[in-house]
Each structure stands twice: as C-alpha cells, then as structure tokens.
Design a binder for this molecule. Structure first.
Ligand code: SF4
Length: 281
C-alpha cells in the first residue's frame, strides 16, 4: 500500500481563512447577496461554494452599478487607496478583509513615499496585491519581478516585497539596490506562511516518489510550490481538485510514497478528498 504524506504546512493561510470566514459571516448577518471585489481567493471550487452562499465576485467596473444598499468585500490581496476612496465616495458598504500583513506593506509604502523615498516592489506587476500596494504610493513604484533593476534610482529608496516572493529574489533585489543607491530602507515583507509552506513542500518533495500540489492554476503561491517540488521530484503534478488526478497513471509508477501539499487558497475539504482518494491506491 502506498504511503501518503501531507506536508506539515499546507492549505489556507491565516489571511485567506480570515477573509473567507469574515465574508461568510457578513453574508449570514445581512442575509442577502453581497459582493467581493475580484474572486475572494484563487480557487474555482471555493468561488462556486461562495456563489451558492450568495457571495459573488465583481470587477472594478461593476462598482458603478452598486448602490448604498450594497456591500462589497475587499479580499486578502488588498486594493489601492483610490479604490477604497471610490467605494466610500459612492456610499457602498465596505468590508475590508485585506490581510493585516498586506495592510502593513501598504502603510509602509504610503508613509515612506510621502517622506520622499522612491518605492521598489519585488513582485509581479500584474498581481492584484502588487497593483494594490503600488496604489498606496501614487502608482510610482519601480516593480521588479526577479530583483534586476534597469532604472536609475534617485535619492532615498524603500524596498518591500510581494508577500509570496522567494527569499532568493529578495536577496538579489537588496544586492542590486545596494549597488545602485546610497541610502535605502528594506522591509522583508515576504509572509512567513509562504516561507513555512515552501520549506515543508521542499522537504517533503525530496523524499517522495510522486508529489501532488493542490491549488488554483492561476494562484501564484501554488505555482511557486509546484516549481519548488518539480525541482526535487520529477513526478510532480499541479492539480485543482480530485478530478485532475489520473489515478491509473500514478498506479503505473508503483510509488512507495506520495506527497501532498496545497497552496494558501486551497480549503481543507479539497485536501481531504485528495488524501482519501490516494489512500485507495
Ligand atoms: S500568504 Fe500571508 S500575507 Fe498572504 S494572505 Fe496569507 S497570511 Fe496574508
């Protein structure tokens, strides 16, 4: 019988759990349709679950259709100051479920850009968290995806990171900023939930024959887990739920051990379904 091992740290992180719990509670209290600005988390199964509970994702443009009777939830990634102001100006009820760790980054870039620091953000310029953070420093940040900086850096610099970044990219960023500027402040804002999850995925994928990484295909932290595990275990698969598992293919490999990890947006019930299916091998 195959041995199935779950990574020590896998699934919902503190910020995502908080946002999901808060949204479900608000909907229950109000007992009517409420909205989230963008999908609350990057997981199609959870989005479907939320819709069944009268919680619907809308886009920024859809805000114009909402009235003072409506409630909109800001997800854990956070949004720019401009978006918060727009919601407030329109009188729409606002529930801000931004993860406190992301709020901390927003406050830092807001403070230091006001004090004349040029903000450098390590992260993906198209990710909502980074777009939101940039919106707290007048959309003026230098955004670097791997830590390489082509632009001239004037005067004082303040460096922060997207919460899901890799430490190696952070080190590269700091080295480059140190060469390019005379005065800088650096806040390593990589979330420890991400680090701990990445470390336990790294350890587990070194000792198993097959590794399954559960999470949305568009979830950046799940994709990073997949990259880490693939480097250690050639039979690594990125799946969203049990429907993506080719159990016959896994059986053919005759694995002794199968490892499982999950991104921060994967709920416990999906992880349990996967573990239960693997135990049938
Ligand atoms: S990964 Fe960290 S920063 Fe991001 S939502 Fe979870 S707890 Fe918050």
């Amino acid at each position: 019988m195959v041995q199935v091992k779950l990574a020590d740290s896998a699934g919902f992180c503190f910020g995502v759990k908080r946002a999901v719990d808060e949204t479900l509670k608000i909907q229950k209290d109000l007992n009517k349709k409420i909205y989230t600005l963008g999908p609350l988390i990057h997981n199609n199964d959870v989005v479907n679950f939320l819709e069944q509970n009268n919680i619907f994702a809308i886009s920024l443009e859809d805000l114009d259709q909402l009235t003072e009777e409506d409630t909109v939830v800001i997800r854990s990634h956070g949004v720019s100051k401009e978006v918060i102001d727009k919601i407030k100006d329109r009188g729409i009820k606002l529930v801000n479920a931004t993860c406190p760790y992301v709020t901390n980054i927003q406050k830092k870039v807001n403070k230091y850009s006001d004090e004349g620091y040029k903000i450098v953000i390590l992260g993906d310029k198209n990710h909502p968290e980074v777009i939101g953070i940039n919106g707290w420093c007048g959309n003026n940040a230098i955004i670097t995806s791997k830590g390489n900086i082509e632009e001239e850096i004037p005067g004082k610099v303040c460096v922060v990171s997207q919460t899901t970044e890799k430490q190696e990219n952070w080190k590269r960023t700091i080295n480059n900023v140190a060469e390019l500027s005379k005065e800088f402040l650096a806040f390593n804002t990589i979330c420890s939930a991400t680090e701990v999850r990445q470390l336990s995925a790294d350890n587990l994928s070194k000792e198993v024959d097959v590794m399954l990484v559960i999470g949305g295909k568009n979830s950046s932290n799940t994709t990073k887990l997949f990259q880490i595990c693939s480097a250690n275990c050639k039979n690594t698969y990125h799946i969203e739920n049990i429907k993506d598992i080719d159990i016959e293919e896994i059986k053919k490999m005759s694995p002794k051990t199968v490892g499982v990890t999950a991104g921060a947006s994967t709920p416990d019930w999906i992880i349990t379904e996967v573990l239960d299916l693997l135990k049938t091998i």
